[in-house]
Design a binder for this molecule. Sequence first.
Ligand code: PEP
Ligand code: MN
Length: 337
Amino acid sequence: MIINMKPDATEEEIRHVIDRIEECNYQSHVISGAERTVIGAVGTNGRRSEIEALQAAPGVETVVAIAHPFKLVSSQLRRTRTVVNVRGVPIGDGEVVVMAGPCSVESREQLMETAHAVCRAGAQMLRGGAYKPRTSPYDFQGLGVEALEFLKEASIETGLPIVTEVMSENDVDVVAEYADMLQIGARNMQNFSLLRRVANVNRPILLKRGPSATIKEWLLAAEYLLSGGNPNVVLCERGIKTFETATRNTLDLAAVALAKELSHLPVIADPSHGTGVRSLVPAASRAAVAIGADGLMIEVHPCPERALSDGPQSLDLRGFADLMESLAAFKPLMEVA
Ligand code: PEP
Ligand code: MN
């Protein structure tokens, strides 16, 4: 951290800042210029937020952070990339992992038909919502445990591991009993008590980026999971809110590349929620792979026009098979690049 003193800061004010830096477990380095004094607060175990608060101290002009606030997720701390193993499927080892399935599990038939189709087309994991975060309380809220049972059955039949969202701390145990990977949805990215709770669960976590979260906030949410004891975290960019209304969200592809630069964790993209528009999903998927995504989450429904949630962004079974074919043709080009 750099504390930039005002040109007219007094000796006493400078002394006060140095004392506070040392009280907060940092070392101070003073640079006395002709016009002003700049003080560096250096160290790895200091109380960062208290140094940030020096912004309010007399004689201080600005406090500037030079290091990132996250530690355990940082690529500076761990140079080798993390590979997260979801019941035999490695995420982050160079192969693009496709997780596909319906937005919501609506019935046994709908799920089984979708699960078999995505498996045949080459998906490596099955997704499907049992507990749905819906904007309106009047919309379909998910089948809960019944959906978890269908997911388990589909997983046994196809061999695909399951990822499904857990919305509440109360449901963590039951979801972990059925699912191979727990999804923390975009709206819960900063539900810190839920993050602390799933940090204690022996299941990998898929952490979606909040619709209005900065990359720093997203990585700090992941820091809750790692510091709470769960190192098996996959980040998922799923689109953010911008002024644009032509798409449901704006898929922030640069965030995929930047999160991979800043962190050693695998990063996947969700072009379904990221665009909200079915026709854009294949192109956005290829773009995500081109920018370095370790995987894709794709919503698929046997009859999107009848879907109880997210029909407009869901591919039908044929559309998903076509997407998988186009990705297969695209991959050798990526190896050249
Ligand atoms: C979902 O995956 O169906 C979902 C609700 O995602 P998000 O949290 O990204 O909106
Ligand atoms: Mn959805």
